[in-house]
Design a protein around this ligand. Structure first.
Ligand SMILES: NC(=O)c1ccc[n+]([C@@H]2O[C@H](COP(=O)([O-])OP(=O)(O)OC[C@H]3O[C@@H](n4cnc5c(N)ncnc54)[C@H](OP(=O)(O)O)[C@@H]3O)[C@@H](O)[C@H]2O)c1
Length: 315
């Protein structure tokens, strides 16, 4: 199989041939048709706690980035519950010794994948795992968002942001999305109220549409200060920190309304999202698709912080 990897983060990702390992009874070998690019993929290359964790408990060298994938089962262990030919979407997990999804194939377990119906393309499915699951966890597991609620999304035009706007709408809530002027129309097209952060203080502007049951922080509290975000909440509302900075630690520890969120795709979380996509209630927005050999170009684009929707790789 081929994977995209590099010996250090200063070297560009390039394709390398690796031997495929034998499958265990509870595992599935999936031919990757599309892999989703998330900022965590290049952040992990640069070091930090996740990179350290990968080197200690992960599959060992080389470091293969990527979590999200969609593709076809090409080999199934006898206890893996799915048959060859099944169309699936899921996320790899290095804590189970799995390399990332920037590869022609991945080995995963049944609880990591949801089946993808024929009316959902592999590309569309591959936009779901980390972004939509993160938004889903914030709105369904940490908070119970429903009709009458308002949800403020800081960073509304990116992969997580656009999924969050759609999921809020799906749950009957009103989403308000903060974005730059070039993305106002995109945010409004998802039924959300758009606030242009280039036109003044967006948190001041957000007051007029609140109070919020959820403020989804996808940018960082150096840009959107926590105290101002907390002031926008209902009495039972929460700020969910998807991007966490050291300055946030005191608020996480000492206030009741600031929570951290680690998006973890699995079968149970992906199934309702795939179902929503197959019914046209959740749509993918794909900015660009790169061949796996150009994974480095995809990382350059993702690092710009200007991606609208998702970037994908095709092995
Ligand atoms: N904790 C977790 O489990 C978890 C899970 C997923 C993602 N994340 C993190 O969450 C962040 C967002 O992820 P993503 O996949 O959505 O990233 P992304 O797709 O790269 O987000 C790009 C978007 O961010 C917007 N943006 C940039 N600066 C902004 C600002 N000051 N205000 C509002 N919007 C701004 C841009 O829109 P404009 O051009 O309109 O500014 C762009 O569309 C990343 O840092 C990622 O690492 C964490």
């Amino acid at each position: 199989m081929k994977v995209a990897t590099s010996r250090s983060h200063t070297e560009p990702l390039a394709l390398v041939e690796l031997p495929s390992r034998k499958l265990r009874a509870d595992e599935l070998r999936v031919k990757v048709v599309a892999a989703g690019v998330n900022p965590v993929d290049w952040k992990m290359r640069e070091g930090g706690p996740l990179h350290l964790a990968y080197s200690v408990i992960g599959p060992g060298k080389p470091f293969v980035p990527g979590i999200d994938f969609a593709g076809e089962v090409i080999e199934a262990g006898e206890k893996a519950e799915l048959a060859v030919g099944a169309r699936v979407v899921g996320g790899t997990d290095f804590s189970r010794g799995q390399h990332g999804s920037y590869a022609t194939e991945v080995i995963v377990k049944r609880d990591q994948v949801a089946e993808v119906p024929a009316n959902v393309s592999f590309d569309d499915a591959a936009t779901l795992p980390v972004p939509a699951v993160t938004a889903w966890m914030a709105m369904q597991e940490h908070q119970k968002i429903g009709p009458g609620h308002k949800v403020l999304v800081l960073g509304a035009a990116g992969g997580v942001g656009l999924a969050a706007l759609q999921i809020a709408k799906m749950l009957g809530a009103q989403a308000v999305g903060v974005c730059s002027s070039r993305n106002v129309a995109v945010v409004e097209s998802e039924g959300a109220i758009a606030i242009d952060y280039t036109a003044g203080d967006p948190l001041e502007a957000a007051k007029a549409h609140g109070p919020y049951q959820l403020v989804l922080q996808l940018v960082g509290s150096d840009t959107y200060p926590l105290a101002k975000c907390r002031a926008l909440l209902t009495p039972t509302g929460k700020v969910e920190l998807v991007v966490i900075q050291p300055r946030d630690y005191w608020a996480i520890a000492f206030t009741g309304n600031v929570k951290t969120l680690l998006g973890a795709p699995n079968r149970a979380r992906l199934e309702p999202l795939v179902d929503a996509m197959s019914k046209g209630r959740l749509n993918a927005r794909i900015e660009a698709t790169f061949p796996l050999a150009d994974a480095e170009k995809a990382h350059e684009r993702s690092r710009s912080g200007k991606v609208v929707g998702k970037l994908l790789l095709h092995p």
